[in-house]
Design a protein around this ligand. Structure first.
Ligand code: ADP
Ligand code: MG
Length: 342
């Protein structure tokens, strides 16, 4: 089992010669210079037709892919380093929701030009987060085209212990980590739909541009949560996925939803409920757990320094999420969740 990072650094291909002729970096120069780092737990990393990995005994491999496209997922002037972070963060968030430990990733990039400063900044954001989670980048593809990034992450989870959307049971509590709606509010401000003070704006921008995948929480929820999903497309839509897969109804209380102060203070009530209920890009974990786990989840919140808030419960009934006001009446909202083709 080679654990030898130096081997993966030796990407040698005929394409490298291109740089000597044109003075411009070839595709292979870019891969070697910006995307090849020593690997820690990989049999064969970057440089061959296929990478080789081996899961540890007793482990299953959890796999997820996310594609980020300019104009759809990020604005053309997005900061390269933040984009490198976010490209990986949204994928790690899926591993977190499965309760899987990050291990490997592949990265396919399309770029309109070989702007080395831009690529270096993107790679620094990507690898800073990869390092934090001991993740090996083991392959990918690099091509010219409209800017887009596709990451596939692979993680390990002990056999049969992954978190699923389908495990909720009637009577379970519904919980969410962190705060909701901050990223959507930042986007609304960026698009000129609302005005927010500079201080609050910086914190919200950070939520939108540099989401923190809840990996440690996901691992700790194995054996505690009955179902889990990450909130990427909006609370009501994503809770709806748990409802469908678990064949249960969910009821949540609007007044209980954890949110940034700037959202709480927002005078525009429709925008506020849009951000809270259908705002995407939060990358918090939404999960269900039996009421017997409340104390343990409280202790876990303390240990992680991460708010965990109980926002409702699961019930027998039509598989969808209902949001209740202070009087227990359903709130009408547009919270269907983000749908690229709707
Ligand atoms: P092939 O043509 O056989 O698909 P490539 O020439 O595209 O291989 O890539 C050479 C090596 O570099 C492969 O190991 C591939 O996985 C890796 N690679 C290409 N682009 C990237 C990237 N953006 N990030 C990480 N590895 C990459
Ligand atoms: Mg290729």
């Amino acid at each position: 089992m080679a654990q030898d990072g130096s081997r993966s650094a030796a990407v040698s291909t005929p394409g490298s010669a291109g740089s000597q002729v044109t003075g411009k970096p070839s595709e292979f120069d870019l891969i070697r210079k910006y995307f090849t780092r020593p690997v820690r737990h990989t049999v064969e990393g970057i440089g061959d037709d296929c990478a080789l990995i081996a899961a540890r005994p007793g482990m299953q491999v959890a796999i997820s892919t996310d594609l980020l496209v300019e104009g759809t997922h990020f604005l053309p002037d997005a900061d390269a380093q933040l984009l490198g972070h976010k490209t990986l963060a949204v994928n790690l968030s899926d591993l977190a929701a499965a309760g899987a430990e990050p291990r490997w990733a592949t990265l396919a990039v399309a770029l309109p030009e070989a702007d080395e400063a831009w690529i270096a900044a993107f790679a620094s954001g990507f690898f800073a987060l990869a390092e934090r989670h001991s993740l090996d980048l083991i392959g990918g593809d690099t091509t010219r085209g409209p800017r887009s990034f596709c990451v596939t992450v692979m993680g390990e989870v002990p056999e049969g212990r992954s978190l699923k959307r389908s495990g909720a049971i009637a009577g379970d509590d519904v919980w969410v980590s962190g705060e909701l709606g901050g990223a959507a509010l930042a986007l609304a401000a960026r698009l000129g739909r609302t005005a927010i003070g500079a201080n609050a704006r910086a914190a919200l921008d950070h939520r939108l541009d540099a989401p923190q995948p809840r990996v440690e929480l996901g691992l700790a929820l194995r054996g505690l949560a009955s179902a889990a999903i990450d909130v990427s497309d909006g609370l009501v839509g994503d809770l709806g996925h748990i409802c469908e897969r678990s064949m249960l109804a969910a009821r949540i209380e609007y007044a209980l939803l954890p949110q940034p102060q700037a959202l709480l203070a927002l005078a525009d009530a429709p925008l506020r409920s849009d951000c809270l209920l259908s705002g995407g890009d939060d990358y918090e974990l939404l999960f269900t757990a039996p009421a017997t786990c409340r104390d343990e989840l409280g202790a876990l919140s303390e240990r992680l320094g991460l708010a965990l808030t109980r926002i409702g419960s699961m019930h027998a009934g039509e598989p969808r999420a209902t949001v209740l006001d202070g009087s227990g009446n359903p709130i009408a909202h547009r919270g269907r969740g983000y749908d690229h083709f709707a």
